[in-house]
Write a protein that binds this ligand. Structure first.
Ligand SMILES: Nc1ncnc2c1ncn2[C@@H]1O[C@H](COP(=O)(O)OP(=O)(O)O)[C@@H](O)[C@H]1O
Ligand SMILES: [Mg+2]
Length: 275
């Protein structure tokens, strides 16, 4: 039987800064169509993990494969071609302040190496995806004219405008109030379910993972709805917990809540109390 298509694979990956392992022998495999929620406290290594997955950071130990191709040691040009199939929302959105919202969202279509789009198709795509994140009237605005939540929505649009197979979201809800955070999460879910993208989301909020695991976008009604928590769904969304660079948990939402690992149990309990 052929192995399921592996979209992303870490094999004993370590990243060492100043003698400290900020990723410590991390191994996991992400299958096509999966949602992966990466939880952990500040400084646990979540952003380093995503950057390593994109080849922006080279691991000191171990190997990384993207779309079944080992990227460790790959030449820049080959790496760009692979990276072009991945959408990324960087922490704090990382929009270009001097570009309009339209230009920000068009940026990957026009400038990302390995992305090829007919120039006549750029504006319609940008307009459509901005409408999708409920920002249809902001094309001529600049990032500093938008609220934090709106900027996050622009970042979601930019991460998805190339229609990538795989999308990474780094802390999309950080620093937002709970209502805005839930709005952002519903847009992430909508993007995922409209195009069945494999999605990796980093968060310090357990709640974000629960939303990814238990809600889906219904294209018929155009609404986000609760999807009953079934066994099948369990395999669809997987959770990981990073503690000081070590992967201390990998499994379903139910397994997360039942984890005997003291750090994981404490993390879950604290989140429940603050919710
Ligand atoms: N370029 C760097 N140089 C040195 N240390 C770094 C660098 N980037 C990240 N670190 C350290 O690696 C650890 C993990 O960082 P990061 O992945 O950003 O954490 P988070 O889980 O909050 O995203 C932190 O201790 C951070 O200080
Ligand atoms: Mg981070």
């Amino acid at each position: 039987m052929p192995a399921p298509e592996s979209i992303l694979r870490f094999d004993g990956v370590s990243v060492i800064y100043d003698g400290v392992r900020v990723l410590d022998h991390v191994s996991f495999t992400l299958a096509a169509g999966e949602t992966r929620v990466i939880l952990g406290a500040a400084g646990a290594g979540k952003t380093v993990l995503l950057k390593t997955a994109l080849g922006l950071i080279s691991p000191d130990e171990g190997r990384v494969s993207l779309f079944n191709q080992e990227i460790t040691g790959l030449r820049e040009r080959q790496l760009f071609a692979i990276r072009a199939q991945v959408g990324m929302l960087f922490q704090e959105s990382a929009l270009f302040d001097s570009l309009t919202i339209e230009e920000n969202v068009a940026y990957p279509l026009e400038n990302q190496i390995g992305v090829r789009v007919d120039p006549a198709e750029v504006l319609p795509r940008v307009e459509a995806i901005l409408k999708d994140v409920e920002l249809g009237h902001t094309l001529d605005k600049f990032p500093n004219e938008l609220s934090g939540g709106m900027r996050r929505r622009v970042g979601i649009a930019r991460a998805n405008v190339t229609y990538p197979k795989l999308v990474f979201y780094d802390s999309p809800t950080a620093g937002l109030d709970p209502i805005t955070a839930n709005n952002i999460m519903s847009l992430v879910i909508k993007q995922r379910d409209q195009r069945n993208t494999t999605t990796v989301i980093v968060s310090h909020r357990l709640q974000d993972g629960a939303l990814m695991a238990n809600y889906r976008f219904n294209s018929q009604s155009g609404k986000i709805e609760r999807q009953r928590h079934t066994g099948a769904l369990d395999t669809h969304t997987k959770f990981m917990v990073l503690q000081k660079g070590r992967l201390v948990f990998e499994g379903s939402e139910d397994e997360l809540h039942a984890s005997p690992d003291p750090y994981v149990a404490k993390f879950v309990l604290e989140q429940a109390q603050s919710a």
